[in-house]
Ligand binder design. Structure first.
Ligand code: APR
Length: 242
């Protein structure tokens, strides 16, 4: 039985600005593996090889095969009740912003529209050299993709060591500073700068709620820790808010 404190629902009803920041844990119940933790991707794969510009330059075929595998996986999975509850909250709360580190496009497929994708989106591509966007689906059976400028086309996701998209990260920091209620959901709170957002929100007076199956580095400073699966807790919050 999930116990959602009444005072959280009261805060949601009275909040003027609500921000939710999600990580890989919110997609775990859809069958998308997380990065760390027991079956985490980075326990089996080398992030430097698969998620860095150097790794891409050294072996673009391998990196493209990896993203082909991830795209095929995401085509097979569906948004879960956690994604859908966040899309509902966007409609129920006057000023709601969703910030995500996820590149899996599941929040959009669930109906969320006010999204800041800090790490890009795996369904998009761009040229490594000139940044030209390529929206069409790229399949490897036609060979490695090249831009009209001659540069290599890459998935439009943020790799380790790269800067985050400026518009998104500026808006995310502004939202965290202005929030009076901040949810941190399904993230290990280990990867910067996204990991700084709940702390910034707390310093600016927000009430910080963490939803995770286990404690993280944020838990001790959060105002409320709801331990459990986001796909079970978030729909219950929406049910109580209705
Ligand atoms: N509900 C809630 N939380 C969950 C669930 C669930 N069903 N399943 C797992 N979690 C939690 C885990 O306990 C963990 O704290 O989700 C978190 C996932 O952490 P990570 O795998 O580290 O993912 P994330 O925090 O999103 O990683 C940040 O690192 O590898 C890079 O770019 C990648 O965006 C990613 C970034």
């Amino acid at each position: 039985m999930i116990n959602i404190p009444e005072q959280l629902i009261a805060r949601l009803k009275n909040a003027s600005k609500v921000v939710a920041s999600t990580g890989a844990g919110v997609s775990a119940e859809s069958g998308v593996p997380t990065f760390r933790g027991q079956d985490g991707i980075w326990n089996k794969m080398n992030p430097e090889e698969l998620a860095s510009v150097d790794g891409f330059m050294a072996n673009p075929q391998l990196v493209w095969e990896w993203y082909q595998y991830r795209r095929d996986l995401m085509d097979k999975v569906e948004p879960n009740p956690g994604h859908k509850a966040l899309a509902d909250l966007e409609k129920m709360v006057s000023d709601f912003t969703l910030i995500t580190q996820n590149v899996d496009n599941l929040h959009r497929r669930a109906g969320s529209s006010r999204i800041l994708e800090l790490h890009g989106n795996v369904t998009r591509n761009k040229c490594l050299a000139c940044d030209k966007p390529y929206a069409e689906e790229i399949r490897l059976d036609k060979g490695l993709p090249y831009c009209s400028c001659g540069g290599m086309i890459r998935p439009d996701v943020v790799w380790f060591g790269e800067m985050l998209p400026e518009r998104e990260i500026r808006a995310a920091f502004a939202a965290a500073e202005e929030a009076d209620l901040f949810f941190s959901i399904g993230t290990s709170t280990l990867v910067q700068p996204a990991a700084a957002l709940p702390f910034l929100a707390r310093r600016n007076g927000a009430y910080v709620v963490e939803i995770n199956i286990e404690p993280t580095g944020l838990t001790t400073i959060s105002d409320l820790f709801l331990q459990g699966k986001s796909g079970e807790i978030l729909p219950e919050i929406v049910r109580l808010l209705r």
